[in-house]
Design a protein around this ligand. Structure first.
Ligand code: ZN
Length: 427
């Protein structure tokens, strides 16, 4: 299966913050990640300042005019129904119906995505063109939905590494038929997790999380905060990874964590024309993961960021907006991010003053312009290896490619001039 094929498979399912759609989606993802655990938190559970809501089920919803002609049907596009709509079966004049309709004047052909999780209401979404064509008269509005005390469902996969320290990779799975925001996130994360699982070994442990946005991240933190604070050295929110228009970066609240440094390094190296946002532009689960007292090092690398592209949260963010190429490029970029986190390390030189490289075979016996460059790279690496800066930080400072610094550090370790420090520089 390709990332795009997985996205196509998940696209028609009506997801919300609770209910069958999330579970059905996780079961499909589990076919690719058999070790994925599907877990539940009961409705009514208090999680910090929030309460896990009741489960919402939507079976059917439609709107008919007084001649019985069906104007819109939830079964044709699940965006037609306002998420968490209360049940209704009523006949009402168009003037009253208008209060329950949502459309976008500026995008007349798009059906908007609207939810009302915490205030009970009902409503339909439709294109503005369709709304303006509605004739005067009475309409039959039917929403067959229900709420029950159930649970919030999420997925968790722990891929063990040599160390207990963890990299947290989190995505949300609460949007219905919307492709870039947000199915591209779970899709890319699933293929990245499959790749991580297939590696012969890993230095770090990887914690892969699929939750509904906001309430899911809050309840996940409520359950796992102490462990996350102790173990997580880096992490990312996976969202908006499917189109080919642009690349973007949203920092953590701190702005200079290991996650931020790796994200910027990889973007600068492979796709330097990216857009840098501020933490003030945040909108996803970094709001929870980076909140005061939680303070996890969580950043995001995205393509077209949520809230910035016209198709966002409308029926135009569909299977035509994202591409196989876009998803695969995002997957490859994230593999590079993981590669750097795995290879990054902190070293301390074992020698006071400059070591004599010649007697260790590390100094070229003939001096040319090229060997001078190589020796300088080695000497600069040694000059900053005081145990306080990691290789990524030194690579950026001495302006030498990270992979060359990794090779040089290995040569110096073999020559017993470098000791690896246990400390991981999260910041
Ligand atoms: Zn969204």
């Amino acid at each position: 299966m390709t990332p795009y094929q997985l996205l196509e498979r998940l696209f028609p399912i009506n997801r919300s913050i609770t209910g069958q759609g999330v579970e059905e989606s996780l079961e499909i993802i589990k076919t690719l990640l058999p070790a994925l655990r599907i877990l539940k938190i009961p409705s009514g559970t208090q999680c910090f300042d929030w309460v896990v809501p009741e489960e919402w089920y939507a079976r059917n919803a439609f709107l008919e005019d007084d001649s019985g002609e069906r104007i819109l049907d939830f079964k044709e596009n699940n965006l037609h129904l306002v998420g968490y709509s209360t049940p209704i079966d009523t006949i009402l004049p168009i003037e009253e119906l208008q209060e329950h309709l949502y459309s976008l004047e500026e995008l007349p052909d798009a059906i908007p995505y609207v939810t009302s999780y915490y205030k009970k209401r009902w409503g339909f979404c439709l294109s503005d063109r369709q709304r303006k064509a509605l004739k005067p008269g009475n309409y039959h509005a039917v929403i067959d939905s229900s709420f029950k005390k159930g649970s919030l469902t999420y997925g968790e996969l722990i891929i063990p590494g040599d160390k207990e320290q963890e990299v947290l990779l989190s995505t949300y799975i609460c949007h219905p038929s919307l492709a870039n925001d947000n199915l591209s996130g779970p899709v890319v994360l699933t293929f990245l997790a499959e790749w991580l699982s297939s590696l012969p070994s890993r230095k770090y442990t990887y914690r892969i999380v699929y939750t509904p946005e906001t309430i899911g991240a809050i309840s996940y933190l409520h359950k796992n905060l102490e462990q996350l604070k102790k173990r997580v050295i880096a992490g990312f929110i996976f969202t908006c990874l499917g189109d080919e228009r642009t690349w973007s970066y949203l920092p953590s609240r701190n702005g200079n964590t290991l996650s931020d440094r790796v994200a910027k390094y990889v973007l600068n190296k492979f796709v330097p024309a990216y857009t840098t946002y501020s933490f003030l532009d945040r909108g996803s689960d970094e709001r929870q993961y980076c909140s005061p007292g939680v303070d996890l090092p969580i950043a995001s690398i995205m393509r077209s960021k949520y809230g910035t592209y016209p198709e966002y949260h409308t029926s135009l963010d569909n299977l035509g907006f994202v591409t196989d190429e876009g998803l695969n490029q995002s997957l490859e970029l994230y593999k590079n991010v993981i590669g750097i986190i795995e290879k990054n390390a902190t070293y301390k030189t074992t020698c006071l003053c400059e070591p004599q490289l010649g007697k260790r075979g590390l100094y070229p016996t003939i001096s040319t312009k090229k060997t001078m460059g190589t020796t300088k790279d080695l000497m600069n690496l040694i000059a900053y290896a005081d145990g306080s800066r990691d290789l990524l930080s030194i690579a950026e400072h001495i302006q030498v490619d990270f992979d060359i610094c990794v090779e040089n550090a290995e040569r110096l370790r073999e020559a017993t001039l470098f000791n690896m420090c246990e400390v991981v520089n999260k910041i």
